[in-house]
Design a protein around this ligand. Structure first.
Ligand code: NOJ
Length: 625
């Protein structure tokens, strides 16, 4: 049979995505798909909203919660299951909100607590769950605890909520140890006593404005349990836990002259691992004590009957260390950064998938798959570099400029791998539009502390602003329609907080929604099929086409079988064969299938799959009698 591009199987019954009727939250998607015992997050597709850059509801140039509420229909149309919101709490914004001054309120830049409540209920009404960000490793220096700590005496209970230490050297003029901040520079800052004399030092693994909390102190544990309950009581469905591997530091704060890197530290896949005797190399990351915190939190979440989840952001390696965070009774999911950093390379992608599947099986957890987030150069840009496995810390005008046409083509193919894999998938806002980074942003616009803290050092970093550029909603509106409420208002909206590149015009949502062949419509189709066929809980096998040495990643996912719980009708077995060509030559495709979806209209050439392309081939078997 000759396949038709972008042709979904016709035999599957219509779902919410077709009828426009949201599934009520009391009926988890998995129940609708015949798996009532699965919690909702097992196979969910979760969309990351970066609030300051998603949608601007009040035209001040900064995204906000009313903007997110306005775009809920867009997200519903895309077909995701849940939203994860990066921090919107009260914050001086020295690290774009990952410096929290009040965990129980909304920063006025983003709206009010009432807006947060409205967003939760609007999303729930639309069948979308809400995950919020929790930042437990550090607070802002504006947090009332830290203000109190600075005013208090050394050794006081107020100081004991953080990591204060006397300095070394003859007069305490040297930091307590040699640790470096992940953002560059030392990880310690000296305080000033009330009389103006120099005082103790405090630890900050990130910016000076982000003092690390002391998780050896029971008061800190109690406070975060209370914060969890505050948001759970408001109805949130889970927490993404920032730096989940960071809260406990090795006894005695031993010296460590190395540097830790965000995200890419998860990329190391050593061939030989002595699991039993493994000692984390970094004394402030991946210490065993963090797991006790997650066992406590798991017990808190278990008191709620709407299946809330904990998602670990942990840049740990080897991969087996990551899966210790999702052992029974701890967290529920962990971002799969090994997959993210594997780039567009069949062997590396194969290794990341296989190792993740193996390790998930060891602990009985499900997998997650992710390609980009607010800390990484977007994969459209990474995949457009001469080496599509490279992982730059930002791209500046003077750096190699990616080929975004090629990068987008590869990104569409990679999305077919990501969304075909069983487990849960995380999308970063704009993935569905094929957005690249802003790779020529002028330095004067940069806000990321990594840029500012490293700019005069031997290892300057461009930073993460390029992937945080405000979303383009309407091609012909000012700021490409970032001010989503501005169409009705007479006033001209303020410029978006970061300038957008010219190429965002053609990629704006209004140029893609309902436009055949667009990246948005490709994602929508993949999400529809994924949901209808229950791919997220399917059985994975490498296919006979899988050949990483030739650049081919190919696997099958099989679902169905058995009888429908409601009607008792037999359920046909469905097999999807995912085929991605990351190599240099066209490759053979299967002969038998009932429908196919291709990553691009020109992906199929002479009945072969072109390089930098992917396809899903669907095949249905008759139900068992
Ligand atoms: C990880 C977050 O994703 C990143 O944006 C932030 O800067 C650091 N944690 C510090 O909170």
């Amino acid at each position: 049979m000759t396949p038709a591009p972008h042709h979904a199987p016709s035999s599957v019954p219509p779902t919410a995505a077709h009828t426009g009727q949201p599934a009520p939250l009391s009926t988890p998607p998995s129940e609708a798909r015949n798996r009532p015992s699965n919690p909702w997050w097992v196979d969910a597709v979760i969309y990351q909203v970066y609030p300051r850059s998603f949608a601007d509801g009040n035209s001040d140039g900064m995204g906000d919660l009313p903007g997110v509420i306005a775009q809920v229909p867009y997200l519903q149309r895309l077909g995701v299951d849940a939203l994860w919101l990066s921090p919107f709490y009260v914050s001086p914004q020295h690290d774009a909100g990952y410096d929290v001054a009040d965990y129980r309120n909304v920063d006025p830049r983003f709206g009010t607590l009432a807006d947060a409540d409205e967003l939760i209920s609007t999303a729930h009404d639309a069948g979308l769950r809400i995950i919020v960000d929790l930042v437990p490793n550090h607070t802002s220096w504006d947090h009332e605890w830290f203000v109190e700590a600075l005013a208090a005496e050394p050794g006081s209970p107020a100081r004991n909520r953080y990591v204060f230490r006397p300095g070394t050297g003859d007069n305490g003029e040297l930091p307590p140890n040699d640790w470096s901040s992940i953002f560059g520079g030392p990880a310690w800052t000296r305080t000033e006593n009330p009389d103006g004399t120099p005082g103790e030092w405090y630890l900050h693994l990130f910016d000076t404005s982000q003092p690390d909390l002391n998780w050896e102190n029971p008061e800190v544990h109690a406070e975060f349990e209370s914060i969890l309950r505050f948001w759970l009581d408001r109805g949130v469905d889970g927490f993404r836990v920032d730096v989940a591997h960071g809260m406990i530091k090795a006894e005695g704060l031993p010296p460590y002259a190395g540097f830790a890197n965000m995200v890419k530290d998860a990329g190391d896949l050593p061939e030989f691992i002595d699991r039993e005797n493994f000692v984390p190399p970094t004394p402030y990351f991946d210490q065993d004590g963090v797991h006790e915190i997650y066992r406590e939190w798991n017990r808190v979440l278990a008191e709620y009957d709407h299946e809330p989840c904990l998602v670990a952001e942990a840049w740990v390696a080897p991969v087996f260390r990551l899966f210790r965070y999702v052992r029974a009774g701890e967290m529920h999911q962990a971002f799969n950064f090994a997959f993210l950093v594997s780039g567009f390379d069949a062997q590396r992608v194969t290794d990341a998938i296989q190792e993740s599947l193996d390790e998930a099986a060891v602990v009985g957890a499900t997998n997650t798959w992710v390609l980009s987030n607010h800390d990484t150069v977007r994969h459209v840009s990474r995949f457009g570099l001469a080496d599509p496995t490279s992982y730059p810390e930002g791209i500046a005008a003077e750096d190699e400029q990616p080929d975004h046409v090629l990068g987008r083509r590869r990104a569409r193919a990679a999305a077919m791998v990501e969304l075909g894999l069983p487990g849960s998938a995380y999308l970063y806002q704009g993935d569905e539009l094929g957005l690249p980074d802003h790779t020529t942003l002028a330095d004067e616009h940069r806000e990321d502390p990594t840029f500012h803290r490293t700019r005069n050092t031997e290892a300057p970093e461009t930073g993460r602003d390029g992937c945080r550029v405000p979303m383009p909603w309407r091609a012909e509106a000012p700021g490409y329609g970032f001010a989503v409420g501005a169409a009705e208002a007479s006033a001209t909206p303020a410029d978006p907080w970061l300038p957008q590149p010219e190429e965002y015009r053609a990629l704006a949502a209004d140029q893609q929604v309902d436009v055949a062949g667009s990246t948005f419509e490709l994602y929508r189709e993949l999400l529809t099929i994924r949901g209808e066929l229950d791919l997220g809980t399917g059985a994975f096998e490498w296919s006979r086409f899988h050949d990483p040495a030739q650049g081919i990643v190919s696997f099958t996912v099989t679902t169905g079988g058995g009888k429908h719980l409601g009607s008792g009708e037999p359920i046909p077995t469905q097999t999807v064969l995912v085929l991605a060509n990351m190599g240099a030559s066209p490759t053979a495709i299967p002969e038998e299938y009932t429908a196919a979806v291709f990553s691009d209209d020109d992906a199929l050439v002479n009945q072969q799959l072109a390089p930098d392309s992917a396809a899903w081939f669907m095949k249905q078997s008759a139900p068992e009698a």
